[in-house]
Design a protein around this ligand. Structure first.
Ligand SMILES: [Fe+2]
Length: 261
């Protein structure tokens, strides 16, 4: 199976992701080995900090990445990971953001170092400026905002607002904090995950292209092949084609839910 990674910092030298050309080559070769054939390049855009000039540099580097990735038979699409904060209205007014290329979808995040209460208090407000412009927010790594355990009602509220919910492969693989994995598993069991992506930052360590490993882990934990394929390939494909996503409705066996966390 081929995978589509809709969240990754593969475009080198422009944020805290891949550092240079050499590392970009290594990262792309790992992505190819993992069966990734399409990447949305999503460099960090921080509302209030990222300038129009920065945006031009990022677009140029994404174009460099497109050329480089084609030698690995990987297609790259333009995007960003927009940090929502009190300055988002102004940043969006100024056009400092990049939706997924030729689509209405835009990857949005909140500061993961802030307390969960801050996320609960402000995030939906900040989302409004994205939605008013007609974009459909994809919420990046939702499992990372809930430091004391997931609030499924709040995630359902985000889904009801029309948001797409993304979690990271690192959380599926148990490579982050234990609470992130617990949150991810609860979201998966509640059918509240629409897409899984790598949030790649490096060519070694935790945040690497690891979609095949995430697929294998999902199967090992008792999720169906159909569910794993939907989250790692089917829905990502809908997003890049500007189509509606499919809402999952799967159930793990009682045994798997009880013993395979
Ligand atoms: Fe990211």
């Amino acid at each position: 199976m081929s995978y589509i990674d809709i969240h990754g910092h593969y475009a080198w030298g422009i944020d805290d992701g891949v550092k240079d050309l050499e590392m970009a080559k290594k990262t792309l070769s790992i992505a190819a080995l993992e069966g990734i054939d399409t990447i949305v390049a999503t460099p960090h855009f921080t509302s209030g900090k990222t300038t129009k000039e920065d945006q031009e540099k990022m677009i140029a580097r994404i174009n460099d990445l497109k050329a480089l990735a084609s030698t690995y038979n990987i297609k790259v699409l333009q995007g960003c990971e927009l940090m929502l904060n009190k300055d988002s209205d102004e940043a969006i007014e100024k056009g400092i953001y990049l939706p997924f290329e030729n689509t209405k979808y835009m990857l949005c995040e909140y500061d993961v170092t802030k307390p969960t209460q801050s996320f609960l208090n402000h995030f939906d407000d900040y989302l409004r400026s994205v939605r008013i412009k007609g974009y459909k927010p994809i919420i990046a790594h939702v499992e990372r905002y809930f430091h004391e355990g997931i609030d499924l009602d709040y995630v359902q509220y985000l889904i009801d607002l029309g948001c797409v919910i993304q979690i990271n492969t690192t959380s599926v693989l148990g490579l982050g904090l234990p609470v992130h994995t617990q949150n991810a598993m609860k979201l998966l069991d509640a059918n509240m995950v629409h897409v899984i992506a790598t949030d790649t930052h490096q060519c070694e360590g935790r945040r690497v292209p690891n979609m095949q490993k995430a697929y294998d882990t999902l199967i090992d934990k008792g999720f169906s092949k159909t569910y794993a394929e939907l989250l790692l390939s089917g829905n990502p494909n809908h997003l890049i084609l500007n189509e509606e996503i499919e809402y999952p409705h799967y159930k793990r066996s009682f045994f798997a839910r009880k013993f395979k966390h």
